[in-house]
Design a protein around this ligand. Structure first.
Ligand code: HEC
Length: 524
């Protein structure tokens, strides 16, 4: 998303300042930092994009006069890493759009405050406010949409609204750049542009871009673009934060398209999601998982955890087929207010068969100050008072323009998760020597009716019957009738929901069908 522009814009300011003053990171005086020499450059580069007039933050932080009264809360905010808003735990990435402060910068600020926050000698470096953007960043857009005016009262809770847009394109469009021009930057906290699903014009199916306070326009990495199929709707998703003055917001969105022959990679927005959770009322640390297995080699560009007000933390781990385990991202203090896409500086290559697992926790207790209601069980829903568990992954196929359609078996798993919750598992098995493991779906009904072991044949997922299914608590025995073979199955469900199964000579582990995602359903 466009937080990288926040960085880019801020770095332009810093580059301009280099001529006049020492760059903060090169010459921080940690013994006696002063505003003029050490602190102003840090605040101009990392804070003023939001902390300046007409932006979302409650106070300006540009001049000594503006900053001095806030010195103590600034020290507290940066020491706790509450500010600037950047929730990825240290040690992951590195991220191209990282706006967090370095340890030295934090030390300089806290030392400056504890030594009386002196101004220092000489003139203050001037904050160069980026020019007001009347024009569009990348020239006249190919398509502009202006939303109807939206009234935001002076006070009250945050407001959310989702507005469908019917662009009516008769051909597929490849979106290469997006600019959101907020009508009122003092109240628009964030905005997400979604692609609607094929099935319903009012339901999201892919994230196209987002704008958050302090952000700017966004151009996707060279040669890559998002696909908006012909006839497909868009959705504008607004989060308003009343700030004391009544306001009317009139936001505009501009899109720039690429010619189909210019597009080398379709930038895919994958939802590693789980919609089958139920968070008990009052539970301070409810855990759920979601996972996705890539059926081909991919290159991951960025990650974005998505939950609502009860969201507490999220972790992404990639399990590679060779057994390697890579922690991609951990956000241990998730904050719903900042819908950040963490963009890898070096995109991450993952081979076919890699499983990305997302683990999330929610705090549904009264101790969570953001909790709208700790007395109710909470399930999936699009209202901000419902919950979600989505680990967004932006990726491209390593080979070719777009990923190949996902397997029919994965689609079957998603279906079984709906129709037979808790009774279907995914087993990745190697069918032919030399070929990689592939997903199979095993249905073991609790009522003892006939089950099936679904394997991909051409474009279809065809079942081998499973009979004589006997469940005893979490233990199951059954017989699979594969072509020309009868196999005894014996397994038991583990605490984490997986099904450990003796298959032939070895033991295999099946993951619950609920952990598959509808986003992997083949399109078309
Ligand atoms: C992306 C926008 C953004 C950036 C960048 C940002 N802030 Fe903020 N800041 C905010 C917003 C919005 C609030 C108000 C938070 C709220 O109302 O919950 C805030 C609040 C604060 C507060 C008040 C916190 C409190 O104790 O109530 C301080 C202090 C602060 N920011 C300091 C900083 C400093 C220092 C930086 C840079 C190192 C920074 N901010 C960067 C958006 C930003």
């Amino acid at each position: 998303m466009n937080r990288n522009h926040l960085l880019r814009r801020a770095s332009t300011v810093a580059a301009a300042a280099v001529l006049a003053i020492p760059v903060a990171s090169l010459g921080l005086n940690l013994d006696q930092p002063t505003f003029v020499d050490d602190i102003a450059p840090i605040l101009h580069e990392n804070c003023a994009s939001c902390h300046r007039p007409d932006e979302i933050a409650p106070m300006s932080l540009r001049t000594y006069g503006e900053v001095r009264p806030w010195a103590r809360s600034i020290a507290r905010a940066v020491e706790n890493r509450d500010m600037p808003p950047w929730d990825a735990d240290p040690g992951y990435g590195p991220w191209a759009n990282d706006i967090s402060l370095s340890d030295d910068e934090i030390a300089a600020i806290t030392q400056w405050v504890s030594t009386g926050a002196p101004k220092g000698d000489g003139d203050e470096p001037a904050y160069e406010q980026p020019a007001e953007q009347a024009e569009w960043a990348f020239g006249e857009p190919d398509w502009v949409y202006e939303f109807d005016p939206f009234d935001v009262a002076a006070d009250g809770p945050d407001l959310f609204t989702m507005i469908p847009i019917t662009p009516g394109f008769e051909e597929d469009r490849w979106i290469r750049a997006v600019e959101v021009q907020p009508g009122d930057r003092e109240v628009l906290h964030h905005f997400i542009l979604w692609r609607a699903s094929e099935a319903s014009a009012e339901v999201q199916d892919a994230w196209i871009d987002a704008w958050a306070a302090g952000g700017g326009p966004n151009e996707f990495p060279s040669g890559s673009a998002r696909l908006l199929p012909a006839g497909r709707n868009l959705l504008g998703d607004f989060h308003y934060h009343p700030n004391g003055n009544a306001s009317t917001d009139k936001t505009r969105v501009g899109l720039w398209f690429a010619e189909p022959e210019e597009v080398e990679k379709e930038l895919i927005n994958l939802w590693v999601m789980n919609a089958a959770f139920k968070i008990p009322a009052g539970d301070p640390n409810y855990e759920a998982h979601a996972s996705h297995v890539f059926s081909e080699d991919v290159v991951v560009r960025s990650l974005a955890p998505h939950m609502h007000y009860r969201g507490k933390d999220m972790r992404y781990i990639a399990y590679l087929p060779d057994g390697e385990e890579r922690e991609l991202l951990s956000v241990s203090r998730y904050d719903f207010n900042w819908q950040t896409f963490y963009e890898f500086e070096e995109p991450v290559e993952l081979p076919a068969g890699t499983r990305i697992e997302v683990t999330a926790h929610w705090d549904n207790s009264a101790d969570n100050p953001f909790n709208p209601d700790p007395t109710v069980d909470v399930t999936w829903g699009s209202d901000s008072t419902d919950e979600m568990l989505i680990g967004f992954v932006d990726y491209v196929a390593a080979e070719g323009l777009s990923p190949k359609p996902a397997s029919a078996v994965v689609a079957k798993l998603a279906e079984l998760a709906e129709t037979h919750p808790g009774q279907a598992w995914r087993f990745d098995v190697t069918r032919q020597p030399g070929s990689g493991p592939e997903p199979t779906a095993m249905l073991l009904p609790r009522d003892g009716s006939q089950g099936g072991w679904f394997v991909q044949f051409g474009t279809l997922a065809l079942p081998a019957p499973i009979v004589d299914i006997v469940w005893d608590g979490n233990n199951v025995t059954a017989t699979a009738q594969t072509p020309g073979n009868t196999m005894q199955l014996k397994g038991s469900i583990q605490e984490d929901g997986t099904l450990r199964m003796h298959l032939g000579p070895g033991e295999v582990v099946g993951t619950p069908a609920e952990r598959e995602t509808p986003a992997t359903l083949p399109t078309g």
